[in-house]
Design a protein around this ligand. Structure first.
Ligand SMILES: *Cc1c(COP(=O)(O)O)cnc(C)c1O
Length: 457
């Protein structure tokens, strides 16, 4: 190993330049404050996406809402808008204080993307949005649809037969494929999902049931994406949903911000100079958390503090941001194995597009052990009767680490927040879980209980 160089430097040189790498490479949990963070006014100057882009995405989802309500009846009560509840989790907050022996001032809330309609994860935002946009682009180019139409007409033999002349492909660790497959197949597209080795069997089975072609790879996410991109490029009727580079996915996620703001307003959760908002987002390749963080920064600017959460074995965004090398480095380059039970986060190389977009906006990144995810899973189930998949618990560890770590304390002090924390709101983004089959969820839960007992005995 000592002879391999990463971008011309050996591991020892990298560690000297970035001392925190010692712990990251040893897969110990860390809390990293982003030294490149700037004020919103400074940071936004370099970003080419604008408020108008998010607005356009919001309006597109609105246009599709009559169609969504018609073909996915579970969205009827929300008039075809796919959105999740935001809830206080005071019992969990109290349990966290007990478990980690600290006080968590402010209020703790859960954003329940675990319960988003159609695919039960945050991917029901970006993934579905991108397929809808592609369908609209195609139908409009062929003069089959205008913005003034009632999009419920898409639920017809005419449109399904039209879309069946086109295919959509995507590389995924599971949830993105599930999302793209569900909406793509419903519209009539031929869909191929390239699944990494981490993908759970039930996700593949469910997609095959819907008529989606699932190709399985023994390798990790980056390889599945590469293979999908290649196959798609060879077919002129094929569209590739590029999780590593897609602005459409990103904007689909960003729409979450304005919706969350309405919910917070309704709940009388104030966000201003005296009431800071902290948001903790589980991160895989970066599009989901990046899009949501971008949207939130556009609305709340310097009053929102966004942190990404990654497994200790897959800290790809952390390594990309820390070194400033983005997708030119992978966790495997540094000898980290990218093996985690948090399948939604099992990504070894981050999106450079997302990294560069958020590098001056993001407050920091922290890592969390798989064991911790299981413990938190069972704690949340016991206190709030909320059942999430392991990836989705990564956010819950954020407030604990913010108050417990020196880096977290330093962040609060530097931003003159220490005196305002009693007024703070902490939103943990629960990114998935409601589609997990009952018996698999029971296994997760019992794994968490077992570890919980070890700790408290
Ligand atoms: C995909 C996913 C994430 C992270 O989203 P990225 O866009 O890959 O960063 C987080 N949690 C779950 C459950 C996911 O499926």
């Amino acid at each position: 190993m000592e002879f391999t160089k990463i971008l011309g430097k050996d591991i020892e040189e990298w560690k000297q330049e970035y001392p925190i790498l010692e712990k990251i490479i040893a897969t110990e949990p860390v809390f990293w404050q982003n030294p490149r963070q700037q004020t919103f006014r400074e940071a936004i100057k370099k970003i080419t996406l604008h408020e108008g882009d998010i607005k356009a995405a919001e309006e597109r989802l609105q246009r599709f809402s009559p169609y969504i309500a018609k073909v996915f009846p579970e969205t009827q009560s929300a008039s075809g808008i796919i959105e999740s509840p935001t809830v206080h989790i005071a019992a969990m907050q109290a349990e966290l204080e007990k478990m980690y022996k600290l006080t968590l001032p402010g209020s703790l809330l859960l954003k329940c993307d675990s319960h988003l309609a159609i695919s039960g994860s945050i991917k029901a935002r970006g993934g579905i949005y991108e397929v809808l946009k592609h369908a609209e682009d195609l139908a409009m180019a062929h003069r089959l649809l205008t913005v003034n139409d009632d999009y419920a007409i898409l639920d017809s033999e005419k449109f399904r037969s039209f879309f069946s002349g086109y295919s959509i492909q995507v590389g995924s660790t599971g949830n993105l494929g599930l999302s793209i497959g569900m909406i793509g197949a419903q519209l009539g597209f031929r869909v191929t999902v390239h699944m990494s080795a981490d993908a759970k069997q039930w996700k593949k089975d469910l997609l095959r049931c819907k008529g989606v072609t699932v190709i399985e790879y023994g390798s990790d996410y980056s390889k599945a994406v590469e293979a999908g991109r290649k196959q798609s490029q060879a077919d002129p009727t094929s569209y590739f949903v590029d999780d590593e580079n897609s602005t459409n996915l990103f904007l689909g996620y960003a729409v979450a911000a304005a919706r969350l703001k309405s919910q917070l307003d309704e709940m009388n959760v104030v966000v201003d100079d005296e009431h800071p908002l902290f948001v903790y987002l589980p991160c895989g390749v970066g599009g989901g958390p990046g899009g949501v963080a971008f949207g939130l920064k556009m609305l709340y600017r310097d009053n929102v503090h966004c942190f990404f959460a990654e497994p200790t074995h897959s800290p790809c965004m952390l390594i990309g941001l820390l070194t400033g090398q983005h997708d030119r480095v992978s966790v495997q380059d540094f000898g980290i194995d990218n093996r985690t039970d948090a399948d939604g986060l099992a990504v070894g190389r981050a999106s450079a597009f997302v990294g560069k977009t958020v590098e001056n906006l993001l407050s920091g990144v922290y890592t969390v052990d798989d064991a911790e995810l299981y413990v938190l899973l069972s704690m949340l189930a016991n206190t709030e009767r909320m059942y999430l998949e392991p990836s989705a618990l990564a956010g819950v560890y954020g407030p604990v680490q913010l108050f417990r770590s020196n880096a977290g304390q330093q962040y609060l002090a530097e931003h003159k927040l220490s005196g305002k924390m009693a007024n703070a709101a902490h939103i943990v983004w629960a990114t998935g879980g409601s589609m997990v089959p009952e018996e698999i969820m029971q296994q997760y839960y019992h794994e968490g209980l077992r570890r919980l007992k070890q700790r408290t005995s």
